[in-house]
Each structure stands twice: as structure tokens, then as C-alpha cells.
Design a protein around this ligand. Structure first.
Ligand code: T5A
Ligand code: NA
Length: 215
């Protein structure tokens, strides 16, 4: 009797960091690298501005619509939940997903608003139960290095006060999280990319032993 080899699941790889840390550039480089290595790979990003919820988020970020802090927070989270099933299905089908921002940005940017009823703990709650990353690469960059990469854009949150708070909150959050790998993002594109490839290679090699994707 012929026996089918079970599909080896894909990995859930999250890339996080401050604005201009180089997340999107590195996600693209990692996607190309993993494809060349023969992996089935997909690159997705949050917020996903294409869905109905994503469109609300987009107009909020551009400043053309206002939202209560809690309300927009829950929309960012809902934007991940609406893709949770498809993330699980892709991983089970053997696709490695590279995710540009995830729950960590979700909790940290909302908590950085210093709204007295929106703590980091409150902000984390709606993220619980989402697919858990096999690895979260945190692209760490100093405020000085980030500033060299061009001025702030026009979107909400792109200002010094927010960025400083976000930096501190990422640190607090990552002290409590597993599977976080801090990458020095102040180096050249190629150097950062090599560091990421090395960390992801270790993660992918362990997939057979870590079992199914956790939620
Ligand atoms: N947000 C997001 C929430 O509040 N809640 C949530 O739940 C989520 C998911 C939009 C905003 O939404 C917030 C956080 C954000 O404020 P976004 O669309 O991901 O999030 O933000 P973007 O503006 O697209 O991305 P960033 O500004 O954060 O930039 P990246 O992706 O970190 O950086 P990248 O790759 O675009 O590079 C920036 C510049 O630096 C250069 C690049 O060429 C580019 O010019 N660069 C380098 N230069 C020198 N050396 C290197 N190593 C370099 N790497 C990149
Ligand atoms: Na980006």
C-alpha cells in the first residue's frame, strides 16, 4: 500500500520593529531567500488595508477619520482575526508565512497613547488565541539611526513622542514573550538580512520537533 508522506507544516515568521526599522525591506529579502531555498512562502502584512476593516484602519492612519482609542485598537485586532483561519490553513498546507507586524505592534502602539483605560495588559487581551509565531524577529534600531532613514511621514503615530513610548513598550512586552529574537537593524541591509536568515534557518530546522502551530 502506498503511504502518503504528511505535509511538513510551514513556519509562522513575524517581523516587528519601530517605524523605519526596515521591516518591509527585510520581509521581501527573506521571502526571496526562502523561495530560493525551495520553501513555499507567502508574505503578508498587518494592517491588511484591503479588507473592509482594513479600509477603516487605513483612513484612521491617514488622519481622514477619527476613532475612539479602544475602538480602533479592536479593529486592528479584528483585522488579524479575520485572517487567522487562512493563516492556520496556509501553515498546515506547508506554506511558510512571513508576517510584517502582528499582535506586538497591535498592543504596543495602542498602549503608547497613554490612555488611562488602555493599558498594555488590556491591549494584549484580544490577541490571545491568535496563531502564535514560531519566531518573532524584532528589528531593533536606535532613534538616531531611524532618523537617518528619512523624516517622519504624514501618518498618525509618526512622531517622536509616540516612537519613544513604543520603544519602551516593545521592551516591556518582549520580556514576557517567548520565541523573540532581537536583531540589530542598524547594520546594512545585507548584514541584517544575513542575521535574519541565520535565525530563521534554526527555527525552520526545528519545525519537526515543535509540533503543530500553537494558538
Ligand atoms: N499599527 C500597526 C498599530 O497601531 N496597530 C497594529 O495592530 C498594527 C499592525 C502602519 C502603522 O500602524 C500601526 C503601526 C504603524 O504606525 P505599517 O503600514 O507597517 O504600519 O508601517 P510602514 O509605514 O509601512 O512601515 P515602517 O515605516 O514601519 O517601515 P519599515 O517597514 O520598518 O521600513 P522599510 O523597510 O520600509 O524601510 C524604511 C526606509 O529605510 C531604508 C529603506 O530603504 C527605506 O527607505 N532602509 C535602510 N537604510 C539603511 N540601512 C538599512 N539596513 C535599511 N533598511 C531599510
Ligand atoms: Na513597512
Amino acid at each position: 500500500a502506498s503511504q502518503q508522506t504528511p505535509t511538513r507544516r510551514g513556519a509562522l515568521v513575524v517581523v516587528e520593529g519601530l517605524d523605519r526599522a526596515g521591516k518591509s525591506s527585510q520581509c521581501e529579502l527573506l521571502r526571496d531567500y526562502l523561495s530560493e531555498q525551495g520553501h513555499n512562502v507567502k508574505y503578508i502584512r498587518f494592517p491588511d488595508r484591503t479588507t473592509p476593516i482594513g479600509k477603516l484602519i487605513d483612513s484612521y492612519l491617514r488622519g481622514s477619520a477619527n476613532q475612539d482609542d479602544h475602538s480602533i485598537h479592536l479593529l486592528f485586532s479584528a483585522n488579524r482575526w479575520e485572517l487567522a483561519k487562512s493563516i492556520e490553513q496556509d501553515i498546515a498546507a506547508g506554506i511558510t508565512l512571513i508576517v510584517d507586524r502582528y499582535s506586538y505592534s497591535g498592543a504596543v502602539y495602542s498602549a503608547a497613547k497613554a490612555n488611562p483605560t488602555l493599558s498594555l495588559d488590556w491591549a494584549w487581551q484580544p490577541e490571545i488565541g491568535l496563531p502564535q509565531p514560531d519566531i518573532c524577529l524584532f528589528l531593533s534600531i536606535s532613534a538616531e539611526e531611524a532618523a537617518k532613514r528619512g523624516g517622519f511621514g504624514a501618518e498618525r503615530y509618526e512622531n517622536e513622542t509616540m516612537q519613544t513610548r513604543v520603544r519602551g513598550l516593545f521592551r516591556t512586552l518582549f520580556e514576557r514573550q517567548k520565541n523573540v529574537c532581537v536583531v540589530d537593524a542598524g547594520k546594512t541591509l545585507e548584514e541584517v538580512s544575513r542575521d535574519i536568515q541565520a535565525a530563521v534557518a534554526v527555527c525552520v530546522a526545528q519545525l519537526d520537533t515543535v509540533g503543530p502551530l500553537r494558538t
